[in-house]
Design a protein around this ligand. Structure first.
Ligand code: HEC
Ligand SMILES: [Cu+2]
Length: 348
């Protein structure tokens, strides 16, 4: 029968697509190697969320086992048999006890889940802020992240550096979350819960990472065409690494005379209207601060390794990586591209 054949091919195609999709999830990590999993928390808020999710899973798993078990029992015990007399069984209507039980027990379960969740949310939100806390203002943009450290005089983009914390001497990072355009959402699952960044409505979030290393996440609120390529990278540094990073970020952009031609292109094309390089006339804030571009591992919000070829191609045509990106292709000549790439490569 043709339709049977069709049915089989459809199943085969479906299975292949599913397999490809799963492999895609595993391999399409790009520059991201760390795992954005809530089940390996590395910070107090994430640990509490992890514990709560296990509690919820235990309760809902218990309900699943009871309901599924009864269902399987009934299906097997009362299945149709050859010896059945095919008469309709006795019909029973209404039972106050049973109806009360299946109303009261679920209500109690929901109340318990609600109260434990609410208690945890308030505990995280009301946690007293220690004096040693680091303040960071995070501004979401279509489609990248701006990080400002007001007390340190540092402005960075896309890669957040924070110090390691520990329980004896906590050094948490408190983030003020803002948006320059539409709604976004900050979510690095190993460090904290999801918090939205909403225009004109500052939100807060804190993390106290207990293990050094790289943590990844991504914008969790659809914010436009390149929402999926708005990745989050949080580097948790040891005190020495963090101090060195801050010291470097506080410097003005390197001015290397051998790449003056590239700097001229940067300052005569529209680049400087959108980008800042501290210590030069470039003070644009529409795009990422480029003062220490080369101190970052990735370009364009975590989607590309930061190397010369990618940098050149990005400047030539941002749309080739991020269609709909808010940085225009500037129609530069090959010479201008080479000079610009050489200049930007000195901004360590
Ligand atoms: C209209 C404003 C605008 C202009 C003009 C502009 N850019 Fe951009 N640029 C952006 C935006 C916005 C981004 C972030 C894009 C993203 O990640 O989605 C960006 C990203 C970048 C990045 C990656 C930064 C990072 O931290 O990953 C580089 C490098 C860059 N631009 C260089 C340039 C150069 C060089 C020029 C001039 C030829 C230029 N830009 C002109 C807006 C602009
Ligand atoms: Cu976003």
């Amino acid at each position: 029968m043709p339709w049977q054949w069709l049915w089989k091919t459809r199943n085969a195609i479906f299975a292949a697509a599913l397999l490809a999709f799963c492999c895609g999830i595993v391999f399409a990590q790009g520059p991201q190697a760390a795992t954005p999993s809530i089940f390996t928390p590395a910070s107090t808020p994430a640990t509490e969320i992890n514990n709560l999710s296990y509690f919820v899973l235990e309760i809902t798993g218990g309900i699943f086992l009871v309901v599924g078990g009864l269902l399987v029992y009934v299906i097997i015990r009362y299945r149709a048999r050859d010896t059945d007399d095919n008469r309709e069984p006795a019909q029973i209507y209404g039972s106050n006890q049973v109806e009360l039980a299946w109303t009261v027990i679920p209500v109690l379960i929901v109340v318990v889940l609600f109260l434990t969740t609410a208690r945890m949310i308030f505990a995280i939100q009301d946690a007293p802020k220690p004096k040693a806390a680091l303040d960071v203002t995070t501004v979401a943009h279509q489609f990248w992240w701006e990080y400002r450290y007001p007390a340190l005089g540092v402005v960075a983009a896309n890669e957040l550096h924070v110090p390691l914390s520990n329980t004896q001497d906590p050094k948490p990072t408190y983030m003020k979350l803002l948006s320059a355009d539409v709604d976004h959402s900050y979510w690095v699952p190993q460090l904290s819960g999801k918090v939205d960044l909403i225009p004109n409505h500052p939100n807060e979030l804190w993390i106290d990472p207990m293990r050094a290393g790289l943590y990844v996440g991504q914008c969790a609120q659809f914010c436009g065409a390149q929402h999926a390529k708005m990745l989050l990278r949080v580097y948790v540094d040891t005190p020495d690494q963090f101090a060195a990073w801050v010291k470097n970020q506080q410097q003005d952009g390197v001015q290397d005379p051998s790449v003056a031609a590239g700097r001229r292109v940067f300052e005569t094309q529209a680049c400087m209207n959108c980008h800042a390089v501290r210590g030069t006339a470039a003070t644009g804030r529409f795009g990422p601060d480029l003062t220490h571009l080369m101190s970052r591992d990735t370009l364009a919000s975590g989607i590309l390794h930061n190397n010369k070829e990618n940098l050149r191609q990005w400047i030539k045509n941002p749309d080739s990586f991020k269609p709909g990106s808010l940085m225009p292709a500037m129609q530069l000549s090959d010479d201008q591209l080479d000079q610009l790439t050489a200049y930007l490569s000195t901004l360590k």
